[in-house]
Design a protein around this ligand. Sequence first.
Ligand code: NAP
Length: 341
Amino acid sequence: MASICWFNQAFASAAASRRVYSPPSSSCHILPGKVLTRSLRRQRALTPSSAIAPRRVSAFSVVAQGVANEEMERRGPHDLLIVGPGVLGRLVAKEWRKEFAETCIVGQTMTADHHEELVKIGITPVLRGKELIPKFPYVIFCAPPSRTSDYPGDVRLALSKWSGEGAFLFTSSSAPYDCDDNGTCDEDSPVVPIGSSPKTDKLLKAEKIVVEAGAGVLRLAGLYKEDRGAHTYWLKKGTVDASPDHILNLIHYEDAASLSVAILKKNIRGRIFLGCDNHPLSRKEVMDLVDRSNKFSKTFVGFTGPIGPSGKKLNNTKTRKEIGWEPKYTSFGDFLGVSVK
Ligand SMILES: NC(=O)c1ccc[n+]([C@@H]2O[C@H](COP(=O)([O-])OP(=O)(O)OC[C@H]3O[C@@H](n4cnc5c(N)ncnc54)[C@H](OP(=O)(O)O)[C@@H]3O)[C@@H](O)[C@H]2O)c1
């Protein structure tokens, strides 16, 4: 099911072909597979149905026919821009579509490599750096820090695409929490100071920009699904030179998406939330569960690093209470259908 939104061919194609872009003052009504502007709907009402084939009328041709911007409807109140429509971003889009079926969802990517896939699932793709996007009432930033030299800069750019209505959510990481003795951490626990590591610096600088702009942050624990996450990486390696006792905090990708959507829908400003399943496990426990699940063809050999605590145990009871959210998968073991021994 591919939804075409006002942003899609009309403005992207128009800008690409004419090398100009005038932001639309308004948007189209979005239905799966068609674009209906107010004027087009009016035209449909006045014209015999045989004379109009809305599925073949692209938004670009509507523009080309001289339908002026002012004749087009205002953009939708729940239109969503996803910066980084990867694994999490696509699940967010799916959840968002359940709530707001006829809204426009645009996904901003680094490359055009996955644009076809995005179109197929109803996300209108646009390349990072293309100054084509008018402001959106809802924006979620779920691009990882690994592909850019200026992560805070990318977050700032995404904020410039937010209209200030609705909400903006930056999906950060729980990595900056200052704890390495397998102790407990929650939303209010202190974070490491700037300068501790390039990884935490990127995240903390980006978070600061977000909170100062009145937007929200969701610090996520390790994301996983059956074929993605720390367990798949370790399975591939077989033997891993790391401590078996290090505590890992996890959240299933689907739960991270449902929590993100729940936070976005609350329109909360300037706050930091935490996303985790409240079932921290040691690396060894994670791989023992993998082994006992019989869901994986490969066999993990073991961890060969030094024994001893080096992680943290996350708890997001405050986030759950405030947002009114609970995960579908209460733990990694629950997801695999295996209990921790
Ligand atoms: N994985 C974890 O365990 C974990 C833990 C804590 C927090 N997080 C956070 O969770 C979020 C989602 O993670 P994920 O695993 O779903 O990510 P992912 O699948 O790796 O996301 C990839 C997507 O992001 C796009 N992208 C990458 N860098 C970009 C940039 N600078 N600007 C715009 N688009 C960019 C990619 O574009 P292309 O299509 O061109 O490749 C692709 O669409 C991220 O913010 C990540 O930092 C992850």
